[in-house]
Design a protein around this ligand. Structure first.
Ligand code: PMV
Length: 323
């Protein structure tokens, strides 16, 4: 029995045009295309070793994980075993350098690193598109953590062509994400359950139908480095996704009062000439995106807002890679 091992590292990403709702939940085929940027400095590093063990095992940040968390990993390992025509079980060890519960979706970086490490450990050398498809099966947004820099995930027509690709490299535009951490004691509904109920909102069809327009505007704003157009479209898109969340059944209300306070402040700052815009994922924390030169000032102002307990700062990140 062969024993082989590989370690991969990948960044989380922040979506500018959001993915919310699947047209196929099993394959995680999205209802609309999305655009994001990888977050530099934050990463997940994962080692996969195929061994003679009887079962797959998973350790995240030195703690053994069983149950649903392990099942989700085994699901990806099964896809890899099938592709590589092997039967060995795997030991998976993963570490994040960003705190859990910090408002950074860890599943995107986790499944991107798992897709790359497990396929390589199994002796496969997959293309970027194939890796993106494999990562997507674990968590939709993970498809966007495979390519570098500014990334678009095309919804595609089938399982094979729903993958992400780079629309601009890391050094194209010096954007910085200042993540304002808003304390929240409320229990959150995870994105897998959220995607499944997106269609219960009467607003989802309108959001999806309008997505090609928003994708076009956002892609052009990034390519032309037009910050004003960029800030307007990311806020509009984030608000649309949250309108769907709030009007689904059951309703999902992720915002806290500090979340809304930050929206008002950010718009005031922009009206006053500071290049900033906000976007929010399935949580209360606000990703305040700004031009790199203004990151220090934005971080300082965010820290002064009551209810903001911390601010994480990340620039544009590269592709998932073997380390
Ligand atoms: O990849 P998932 O299933 O965790 O979904 C991500 C959903 C959002 O973060 C809210 C939006 C996005 O496009 O990343």
């Amino acid at each position: 029995m062969s024993t082989s091992s590989a370690t991969a590292q990948s960044h989380p990403n922040i979506a500018f045009i959001k993915y919310w709702g699947n047209r196929d939940n099993t394959y995680r085929l999205p209802s609309n295309s999305s655009i994001s940027m990888n977050l530099d400095g934050l990463f997940t590093r994962t080692t996969v070793s195929f061994t003679a063990s009887k079962k797959d095992s998973l350790i995240i940040n030195s703690t053994e994980v069983t149950g649903k968390g392990l099942d989700r990993v085994s699901y990806i390992l099964d896809l890899v075993r099938k592709m590589a025509n092997i039967n060995e079980r795997a030991d998976v060890t993963s570490e994040n350098n960003f705190p859990a519960g910090a408002g950074i979706a860890s599943s995107a970086a986790a499944f991107a690193a798992l897709a790359l490490a497990s396929s390589r450990a199994a002796g496969l050398t997959l293309s970027e598109a194939q890796l993106s498809v494999l990562a997507r099966r674990g968590s939709g947004s993970a498809s966007r953590s495979i390519p570098a820099g500014f990334v678009e995930w095309q919804m595609g027509k089938s399982e094979e062509d729903s993958f992400a690709f780079s629309i601009a490299p890391v050094d194209h535009w010096n954007l910085v994400d200042c993540v304002a951490i808003v304390n929240s004691s409320h229990k959150k509904t995870g994105s897998t359950e959220g995607h499944a109920i997106a269609g219960t909102s009467p607003l989802q069809n309108a959001r999806v139908a309008d997505a090609p327009r928003r994708i076009e505007i956002c892609r052009n704003a990034i390519l032309k480095k037009d910050f004003e157009a960029f800030a307007n479209i990311i806020e509009h898109d984030s608000d649309m996704m949250h309108a769907v969340m709030m009007t689904s059944n059951p309703p999902l209300m992720y915002w806290q009062s500090a979340t809304v306070e930050i929206f008002h402040q950010v718009r005031e700052w922009r009206a006053g000439g500071l290049p900033v815009g906000y976007t929010v994922d399935a949580g209360a924390n606000v990703h305040v995106i700004c031009l790199g030169d203004y990151a220090k000032e934005v971080e300082k102002r965010l820290r002064e807002i009551p209810g903001v307990s911390d601010v994480l700062v990340a620039g544009v990140g590269g592709a998932a890679k073997i380390v």
